[in-house]
Design a protein around this ligand. Structure first.
Ligand code: AMP
Ligand code: MG
Length: 518
């Protein structure tokens, strides 16, 4: 067997149909180290996403074309690419961690407006104590979750495929190596800006900011909305995208697990899938990362942590914004936008879209219950109902996804018994149902019920589903990867043949411990 970190023996270039345009590479030396991926012995396919392939204009059978398997496992260089590992820094668990960087990811280049990155492709100058590799387990999780989040309408990086190898990789036990091919318009993180700001490299800071603004936020230059200041307006736009992303997480019951500033996308995309979890039994304080002892990244902390991370970004951008007051103003956009988006998503989940939207400045869902009026048509009454719904789910630890799906069907069938069955405290549920029915009677029944089935997914990537898929893949059965992917890519459809993937998690699911180790 070839040693893990041996240089590529064959320099034959793989020719692809892609037209490469490597914009990040053109930023120049301070931003990265050019280097090729390290070969992975005897690679094989684990899974591919046809919808991600379509983003690159690749046809249905692209993976059968010669060269791709070797190219995307890092074994052969690809014609037109300029591979590199980028440098960034960041705050980890609230502490300044200094320089980090792409320790196991290599950006091949950019095609069709998508950066193509190999994660797990060997050592880089930023690997620190790591081995540059990723294991099959975490690679399958990232692959499936990226594509699932996209199908749920949540901003995210995408995943084209996973390739595996029998090469051993040491984690808590010996596992095997894999590479995820990820796609994003850009993989630039908050930490990239923190890196140059922390070193006083304001020229590089400006170059990077200008690149991101011109490429992805052009309106901030042509029509700066905040104090006629391009950089403050851009910060505000990043604040807005981040608020929208986290509002989606809270509504769908997604816990990221490692919201360090180096894992925060400057484009407001969910990225760096690690110990994430979709909520099974609803617990607002759920901690999905076994390593997160203090619960810094618990489910209900996520909005506040996103805001904290944006503060760190704002601090890094101050040399460009020049006005602390404008930076403050940009950050102030977070809370109202988060609340507005979150409330809108939750109203849709409840099927109360026909009831007027809450005002931008209305109280958060945790707001004062006493403020609710008796008028069922009032936005505050809806936000109080949202809060009380979550309290009821938390009290009985009701399964989050199943509750919303059953509620959608119940509304259509006018039969709430299957929802009632989920609760231990029936009187509390009955009291809630009275309020819910009073409000829902105000909106168009049939239409709303239909819409509810389009916003309350039947299928999410529960941890135990991931575990089962991974276990089969370890035995070289990759049919589960393909099936689970197909179902998660259409999470609102019924998929009668895959009913088992929509059931309650088994008892052992609550014992699953996912740490940062990946
Ligand atoms: P993460 O917690 O996955 O966001 O990673 C934090 C930092 O550690 C980043 O700089 C990663 O590139 C790096 N890193 C994580 N795992 C490894 C590994 N196995 N080898 C090298 N670097 C790694
Ligand atoms: Mg990371």
């Amino acid at each position: 067997m070839q040693p893990m970190n041996a240089p590529a023996t064959s320099l034959q270039l793989v020719k692809t149909p892609l037209a490469w345009n490597n914009r990040f590479h053109r930023l120049g030396a301070p931003f990265f180290t050019p280097l090729a991926p390290q070969p992975l012995p005897a690679p094989y396919w684990v899974g591919q996403s046809p919808s991600a392939a379509a983003l690159l204009g690749l046809g249905e059978h692209w993976a059968n074309e010669p060269g791709w398997l070797q190219a995307l496992s890092g074994n052969q260089p690809v014609s037109g690419t300029q591979p590199l590992a980028s440098v960034y820094s960041g705050h980890q668990f609230g502490n300044w961690a200094g320089q980090l960087g792409d320790g196991r990811a290599i950006l091949l280049g950019e095609a069709h407006g998508w950066e193509i990155q190999l994660k797990g492709s060997g050592l880089t100058p930023y690997s620190r104590m790591g081995d540059g590799r990723a294991v099959l387990r975490s690679s399958i999780r990232e692959f499936l979750c990226s594509e699932a989040m996209h199908a749920l309408g949540i901003p995210t990086t995408r995943a084209l495929c996973v390739t595996g190898s029998d090469a051993p990789v040491l984690r808590e036990t010996v596992e095997t190596a894999a590479v995820v091919t990820r796609l994003a318009p850009s993989f630039i993180r908050f930490g990239h800006f923190e890196h140059f700001a922390s070193r006083g490299q304001h020229g590089e800071l400006k170059t990077l900011a200008d690149f991101v603004i011109d490429s992805f936020y052009p309106d901030c230059r042509s029509q700066p909305l905040l104090g006629d200041n391009t950089y403050a307006s851009w910060l505000q736009a990043v604040v807005a995208r981040t608020a929208v992303m986290v509002a989606h997480w809270q509504a769908v019951g997604f816990c990221h697990g490692v919201m360090n500033t180096d894992n925060m996308s400057i484009l407001g995309l969910t990225m760096d899938y690690g110990p994430f979890a979709f909520m099974d039994a609803f617990d607002p304080g759920h901690i999905c990362n076994h390593t997160d002892r203090s619960g810094r990244y618990a489910f209900d902390q996520q909005p506040e942590i996103a805001h904290w991370n944006l503060y760190a970004l704002a601090h890094a951008l101050l040399p460009l914004i020049e006005s602390p007051k404008l930076a403050e103003q940009a950050l102030e956009a977070f809370q109202p936008l988060f609340i507005q988006t979150y409330q809108g998503l939750m109203r849709a989940k409840l099927g109360l879209g026909g009831v007027p939207e809450p005002a931008l400045s209305s109280a958060p869902p945790e707001g004062n219950a006493d403020g609710a009026s008796d008028n069922p048509n009032d936005a505050k009454t809806v936000s109080t109902l949202i809060r009380d719904t979550l309290a009821l789910l938390a009290q009985d630890r009701v399964d989050y996804t199943i509750f919303w799906r059953r509620l959608s069907h119940a509304r259509a069938a006018c039969d709430y018994e299957p929802v009632r069955d989920l609760f231990i405290s029936r009187p509390a549920f009955d009291a809630w149902l009275l309020r819910y029915q009073e409000l829902s009677s105000l909106s168009e029944q049939g239409l709303e019920a239909n819409l509810m089935l389009k916003v309350n997914p039947k299928f999410v990537l529960r941890n135990y589903l991931g575990e089962q898929t991974i276990e089969a893949a370890r035995q070289k059965d990759y049919s589960g990867v393909a099936n689970v992917l197909a179902v998660l890519q259409r999470p609102y459809d019924e998929h009668p043949a895959f009913e088992t993937l929509a059931g309650f998690p088994p008892d052992w699911a609550s014992q699953i411990e996912i740490s940062c180790s990946s």
